[in-house]
Design a binder for this molecule. Structure first.
Ligand SMILES: Cc1cc2nc3c(=O)[nH]c(=O)nc-3n(C[C@H](O)[C@H](O)[C@H](O)COP(=O)(O)OP(=O)(O)OC[C@H]3O[C@@H](n4cnc5c(N)ncnc54)[C@H](O)[C@@H]3O)c2cc1C
Length: 485
């Protein structure tokens, strides 16, 4: 039997990106996935009704629209349509109009009135250098950026929006809370420099390459990647959990799309004690607790404009979000946590039918939280959309601890696979020059627990694969990822 050059454990976006890269370089690749379906964070399924598709994890794809891996892979050329809602995200507020981030920057600035000029001053320079900013942040973060001006555009804005003085940048609560809702995607203490960087990355993309929703669900992205792997000779085994590195002794090299906890479980006995101790010190962040709803009607937002947004942030004022997110990051449960809501049918009419619509929502909760989130999330939506409860046909919750049972990479429900503190967003999983390499010869880590961290960008897997190709097979030129005509 011919030898497997590389085994990839896990088929999340990073495992798939790694396998695409390795197979494109001419390696014989085998993938092993514990679940019965590929995709990790990219699965979509009907949950209550065969006509209605729900995204189980990721739903909205600003990073897939912008990252270097996906720019080269070219989802559109492979038939994956990224659909853009007119409003990228919205932030409902009590008793007044919601904050709205239109895809169109000018429309957003007009909407923000007295803060319009400040919003433009924050976002426009980032948009002008968007590719440089994206490639700097979505990288291994060990090299000098290609666009040398990108750090100078980004750094002062991160300091302004990530420092304790962040409250003073905008004059109106509408603009303050609109951007703070984006900072909350870092799922940790607020304000913080790491969250400031996340706010500016995602915030400017909302007016650039956008916050799109794939037609037919996130699973379409995973399928396109799997098709490319098999077309280049790769083999995918599902329902196959790897528990010990010895199961992969037939492969020339191994790349794990797992958390550091998974790396310790699979390769622990072969890892040097010092590296083991460093992995054991890796910190996991707060958890996510998700609720899927099947509803009969569009969400009856008190401000109807919110219904044109793909993503909705429910967190109240900036001060309230700072308070709630900081408590959650300290492990203290709150009754009114930050909640993200996605109504995929704002962009993709194929997800449901008249009278049957999916609603995707999750709350930030302490790591390991075991509470059923259904009531907390339902009440949070009802507050800003009175009458929502009457539209619910079916609902299903998954607690933070339940997420780890669903996918071992989400330790304690941490969907970022590692706390996004300033240090750990760069030095993940440990501080070393090549973050993807482990001390075990031929063994690499390429999941969201490595730079550039969480989200569907494929860059952690891609960069880990490039490291493997260079060190194990002497391949120094990155293979083309473009679709073959
Ligand atoms: C509720 C939720 C909402 C999210 N929303 C978004 C969003 O809207 N946009 C966005 O960009 N990101 C979002 N994310 C984050 C995103 O899904 C993750 O950052 C991303 O999927 C990480 O990719 P990964 O390949 O590193 O790991 P994962 O996607 O977690 O995949 C890891 C895979 O490895 C498998 N595996 C683990 N251990 C083993 C083993 N021992 N043997 C075999 N297989 C194994 C797992 O079963 C899994 O399939 C969300 C995540 C969640 C949970």
């Amino acid at each position: 039997m011919s030898r497997t050059h590389a085994a990839v454990v896990g088929t999340g976006p990073n495992g798939l990106a790694a396998a695409v890269t390795l197979a494109r370089a001419g390696l014989r690749v085998e993938l092993y996935e514990a679940a019965d379906e590929i995709g990790g964070g990219l699965r979509s399924k009907p949950l209550f009704d065969s006509d209605v598709l729900h995204d189980i994890c990721a739903a909205v794809h600003p990073m897939a629209a912008a990252s270097r891996f996906f720019r080269e892979f070219d989802l559109a050329a492979r038939g994956v349509e990224l659909l853009h809602p007119e409003i990228s995200y919205a932030h409902p507020m009590d008793g007044t109009r919601a904050g709205l981030a239109f895809r169109d920057l000018d429309a957003t600035c007009r909407h923000l009135g007295p803060d319009g000029a400040r919003w433009r001053a924050t976002m426009e320079p980032l948009l002008d250098r968007s590719t440089g900013v994206v490639d700097m942040l979505l990288s291994g973060q060990r090299r000098i950026p290609h666009d040398l001006r990108a750090p100078f555009v980004l750094a002062p804005r991160v300091l302004a929006h990530g420092s304790p003085f962040a409250g003073g940048v905008f004059r109106t609560e509408r603009a303050r809370s609109l951007l703070t809702g984006v900072a909350a995607h870092a799922v940790g203490r607020l304000p913080s420099l790491a969250a400031g960087a996340v706010a500016l990355l995602l915030g400017h993309l909302a007016h650039g390459t956008g916050w799109p929703i794939p037609r037919g669900g996130s699973v379409r992205i995973a399928q396109a990647m799997a098709d490319d792997i098999t077309a280049h000779g790769g083999t995918i085994h599902t329902g196959r959990r790897i528990t010990d590195l010895r199961e992969l002794d037939h492969a020339g090299a191994v790349l794990l799309d797992t958390s550091p906890k998974g790396l310790l479980q699979i390769a622990g006995s072969r890892l040097p004690a010092r590296y083991t101790r460093r992995l054991e010190r890796f910190r996991y962040g707060p958890g996510a607790a998700k609720v899927d709803f099947l509803v009969s009607d569009p969400i009856p937002w008190a401000d109807p404009e919110v219904g044109r947004a793909g993503t909705v942030h429910l967190g109240g004022t900036q001060r309230e979000m700072f308070h709630q997110e900081t408590l959650t990051s300290k492990g203290i449960a709150t009754d009114e946590p930050f909640v993200l809501v996605v109504d995929p049918m704002t962009a993709d009419p194929t997800r449901g039918l008249p009278g049957k619509r999916p609603v995707w929502a999750y709350a930030h909760v302490p790591n390991g939280d075991t509470r059923d989130p259904v009531e907390i999330v339902r009440a949070r939506i009802e507050r800003y959309a009175p009458g929502f409860t009457d539209t619910i046909v079916a609902q299903q919750g998954i607690s933070a601890s339940g997420y780890e049972a669903y996918n071992p990479n989400y330790v304690g429900g941490d969907i970022a696979s590692g706390a996004m503190t300033l240090t750990q967003s760069v030095l993940r999983p440990v501080a070393q020059a090549d973050p993807y390499r482990t001390p075990v010869p031929g063994l690499y880590l390429g999941s969201a627990s490595t730079p550039p961290g969480p989200s569907v960008h494929g860059m952690s897997g891609h960069l880990a694969a490039l490291s493997l190709l260079r060190r194990e097979y002497g391949v120094r030129t990155a293979p083309s990822l473009a679709p073959r005509s």
